[in-house]
Design a protein around this ligand. Structure first.
Ligand SMILES: NC(=O)c1ccc[n+]([C@@H]2O[C@H](COP(=O)([O-])OP(=O)(O)OC[C@H]3O[C@@H](n4cnc5c(N)ncnc54)[C@H](O)[C@@H]3O)[C@@H](O)[C@H]2O)c1
Length: 316
């Protein structure tokens, strides 16, 4: 057994956390030989519910759980943390404009970015799940000047996994059979699931006309069919992302990381790219020759990321 590692989950009383915490506690992020100190952050009104979640975690008698802290205090939640899953966010309420949503979430991610900057372990990894995830991650990163921007990612692994799943369902193969799949852009309907470089042999019309919109609008479809938004699949993708960030990858994965200016994406925008993780760092796959269709689709999603950045310019 190694030393315990502290992991913070915000929005701990919410739906995603209810799945995510058990996967973390089972050792699916750091490994089965690493005990975890769990820090559960909530808003004051939901701390009671988060305490109930902690009681259930205790009742699960999970061998890797070293301690559980429930708090509404950002310092206590982030102090010395090595991995932070920023799940808690303000949902869009009736009549709320996109700009209002960005603004409301901006306040949360400004505060949390500052606290992570001041109190977290210097090599902390921060994965933003709460929507609008890419721009929330941009705000958090910009409010943590002592840390490197590359320590802040947004979750687009769910979009990646949805792409693999659609390919598997279409071809009858396993999701693990497909290589070089990635989702570019924003975690929104403008995203571009890209199988151009993959080994998937599928009809191009199906890919462009059916698969791309299916994946891009999957979140809305889940809400329609299930009656509430994706939770277990989002938690599973968040675990996949953080696991691979720590342990590395051979093949491409989709991670929304700060752009280094590759492929015409403005430097600093937190954008979904084809990436490979080596030595604990995501590297954007370089040197890809993009066709016109790819360029158009990527540009459309990046344009949306620019608009979002514009809307929160005062928080950056
Ligand atoms: N990136 C992705 O792939 C992806 C996928 C699915 C959902 N999401 C997003 O994840 C977020 C959470 O989803 P959910 O289903 O768990 O929502 P939920 O409403 O069930 O839970 C959210 C929780 O966050 C808490 N919260 C709000 N502000 C907080 C703050 N400042 N600090 C700590 N906690 C806070 C709320 O009290 C609530 O308990 C949403 O924004 C959702 O849109 C992202």
């Amino acid at each position: 057994m190694t030393q315990p590692v502290k992991i913070t989950v915000t929005g701990a009383a919410g739906n995603i956390a209810y799945s995510l915490l058990w996967r973390i506690a089972a050792g699916d992020v750091y490994g089965k030989d690493t005990p975890v100190d769990l820090a559960l952050l909530e808003i004051p009104a939901a701390v009671g519910k988060a305490q109930g979640v902690a009681m259930e975690l205790n009742d699960s008698a999970l061998p890797l759980v070293n301690s559980i802290t429930v708090t509404d205090d950002v310092r206590e939640a982030f102090e010395n943390t090595s991995a932070a899953f920023l799940v808690g966010a303000r949902p869009r309420s009736k009549g709320m404009e996109r700009a209002d949503l960005l603004e409301a979430n901006g306040a949360i991610f400004t505060t949390q970015g500052k606290a992570i900057n001041d109190y977290a372990a210097r090599d902390v990894r921060v994965l933003v799940v709460g929507n609008p995830a890419n721009t929330n991650a941009l705000i958090a990163a910009n409010n943590a000047p002592d840390l490197d921007d590359s320590q802040f990612n947004a979750l687009m692994r769910l979009d990646h996994n949805r792409t693999l799943s659609q390919l598997a369902l279409k071809t009858g193969k396993s999701t693990t059979d497909f290589t070089k799949v990635a989702v570019w852009g924003n975690h929104s309907a403008s995203q571009f699931p890209d199988i151009t470089f993959s080994n998937a042999e599928v009809d191009q019309e199906w890919y462009r006309e059916e698969m791309i919109p299916k994946v891009a609008k999957r979140g809305a479809e889940i809400i329609e069919v299930r009656g509430s938004s994706s939770a277990a699949s989002a938690a599973s993708a968040a675990v996949d992302h953080m696991h691979d960030w720590i342990h590395g990858t051979q093949d491409w994965r989709t991670a929304a990381v700060p752009s280094d200016g590759s492929y015409g994406v403005d430097k600093g925008l937190i954008c979904g790219f084809p990436t490979i993780c080596r030595d604990g760092k995501w590297e954007i796959v370089q040197g890809l020759e993009l066709n016109e269709f790819q360029k158009e689709r990527i540009e459309a999603s990046v344009a949306e990321l620019r608009e979002e950045r514009e809307a929160v310019a005062d928080l950056l």
